[in-house]
Design a protein around this ligand. Structure first.
Ligand code: AG3
Length: 288
């Protein structure tokens, strides 16, 4: 049996059976593989790290999108960095308040191959007239783009190795703040805390100069192994992360969403962090 073994953490990882190899290529930017696994369905990995699977993608995509979107309440303009599989885009477009989505993905091949092999991720989202795709470097875009500002920015990046590394830099966070409205919300994938504790500390330190309220919320995604993943949150208004459940409930119902992971109670709970994560953040706030 052919096996795919993830190489993210030294001495620990997950192995999935490659029941059918669907595609493998070194794109201009990274190694990309898409295969069929009997449990997770189709799986896409970049540079040896599982990015998304058919079976559990809803968990990550719902939490990356509906938490900031419903916390904001009336997001009209959304910027997505990365996210070439289209799962984030699909969820963002479910919000009828959205008038325009700009997506900046560095690797055209990821979009093309995911459209072909993971069609349910984008589910036609790339053809929506509200969407504008730029094939470009995310950091350069947020630094230089002369565009209207955004209500929500979602960084659906890879881990801070390879082409995704720059999406964890101070320069990137500064650019995102530049492009956000004063009540805008920034969120970003920030790795599995138990396995990648330094990432949490580094992001907290780099993000906080640009956002009055920097914090994290969590989500448990089966194929991001090792415990809960942290999603970074940056906003100027601390209230946005502390909305009461009734408000969230009202917004959720009004949005007409039919989620499989997200609920207003899960939303509120996801900001309450286990002690070991709080302790890492305390460590981040004292100088190195
Ligand atoms: N991108 C984030 C994958 C991160 C995996 N990292 C890890 N297991 N530590 C997901 C792309 C989905 N649209």
């Amino acid at each position: 049996m052919n096996l795919f073994t993830e190489t993210l953490s030294d001495g620990y990882g997950q192995t999935l059976s490659i029941d059918e190899l669907l595609f493998e290529q070194h794109t201009e930017h990274q190694h990309l593989i898409i295969f069929q696994n009997r449990f997770f369905g189709r799986v896409m990995a970049l540079d040896g790290i599982v990015q998304t699977t058919e079976r559990d993608e809803f968990i990550y995509h719902e939490m990356m999108v509906h938490v900031p979107m419903l916390a904001h309440g009336k997001a009209r303009r959304v910027l997505i960095i990365g996210g070439g599989d289209g799962g984030i885009l699909r969820e963002v477009l479910k919000h009828s308040s959205v008038e325009q989505v700009v997506q900046v993905e560095i690797d055209q091949a990821v979009i093309d191959l995911c459209k072909t092999y993971l069609p349910n991720h984008s589910a036609g989202a790339f053809d929506d007239p509200r969407v504008k795709i730029h094939i470009a470097d995310g950091v350069a875009f947020v630094r230089e783009a002369q565009v209207e500002t955004f209500d929500v920015i979602i960084s659906d990046c890879t881990d801070p190795v390879g082409p995704g590394e720059v999406l964890f830099s101070s320069e990137f966070y500064q650019g995102c703040q530049r492009l956000l409205n004063s009540n805008g919300i920034f969120v970003a994938q920030n790795g599995v805390v138990f396995m990648q504790p330094d990432e949490l500390i580094t992001t907290q330190r780099r993000l906080s100069p640009y956002f009055h309220d920097t914090r994290f919320y969590t989500v448990a995604v089966p194929t991001y192994v090792g415990g809960v993943m942290a999603l970074a949150w940056g906003c100027q208004d601390p209230q946005a992360a502390e909305l009461d459940i009734n408000t969230l409930e009202r917004r959720y119902l009004a949005a007409g969403l039919n989620c499989r992971y997200y609920t207003p109670a899960v939303h509120a709970a996801s900001f309450h962090l286990p002690a070991y994560i709080q302790q890492l953040l305390t460590k981040a706030s004292v100088s190195p």
